[in-house]
Design a protein around this ligand. Structure first.
Ligand SMILES: [Zn+2]
Length: 139
């Protein structure tokens, strides 16, 4: 039987750190670290929709897999994303938010430090997803 040529699948970098799977025995901090790791390993495209560090971003590869991310803080988990993981994980973050934060940290250090100290210039009412049940919060 003749073999048909198969498309080559991209190989995982064997030397890249991998998130250790521990089943249900993980803390919130473990889960946040897993999402940070995925954000850096997957090189997710990030496109700002507003000027400045705070505001909206479009994050993802293709139109069906792009999500809108709102950055409200560089230190607190009060940012939001429209992806299914963010909606249910209760962490206040996801790999898309972590991808935006990682990109912002690679930018000009002085602007990042100033933005981290002053906080968002926007006034917003949003749902705090880390609370159970989620509660409205004013920023
Ligand atoms: Zn997300």
């Amino acid at each position: 039987m003749a073999r048909t040529p198969q498309a080559k699948r991209p190989r995982r970098n064997q030397h890249a750190p991998r998130a250790r799977y521990r089943g249900w025995d993980t803390s919130d901090q473990d889960e946040i670290e897993r999402r940070r790791l995925r954000a850096t390993q997957e090189a997710i495209p990030v496109r700002p929709l507003d000027g400045g560090l705070f505001g909206a971003y479009l994050v993802g590869v293709s139109p069906g897999r792009q999500y809108r991310v709102e950055i409200r803080s560089l230190s607190e988990h009060i940012n939001s994303c429209a992806c299914p993981d963010y909606r249910v994980n209760g962490l206040g973050t996801c790999k898309h938010i972590e991808a935006v934060l990682a990109q912002l940290q690679k930018g000009p250090k002085r602007a990042y430090k100033a933005a981290a100290e002053t906080g968002s210039p926007y006034v917003e009412i949003f749902l705090e997803r880390r609370e159970r049940p989620p509660r409205a919060r004013v920023l």
